[in-house]
Unconditional design. Structure first.
Length: 75
């Protein structure tokens, strides 16, 4: 699925990274109470979003290169 539609995981990765930035900011300005669970959740979502973004960009590049190879067989 990742190679067929690499844009969807990229959007999910962006949302995870935004969540990983916004939650600590809300904790710092004391709008949300800082708990161990929220700290762990924001850190893990940021890290997961980063790695998912890298994988989805790589999958997009593989899909793009595969299309270029099929288009020009005598390259």
């Amino acid at each position: 699925m990742l190679l067929e539609h690499p844009k969807l995981p990229f959007v999910i990765a962006i949302l995870l990274m935004i969540f990983g930035v916004v939650m600590p900011f809300l904790m710092v300005i004391k709008l949300v109470e800082s708990t161990f669970f929220l700290n762990f959740l924001s850190y893990s979502s940021s890290t997961l979003g980063f790695f998912l973004g890298i994988v989805s960009v790589a999958a997009y590049r593989v899909k793009q290169k595969k299309g270029d190879d099929e288009e020009n067989r005598y390259k």
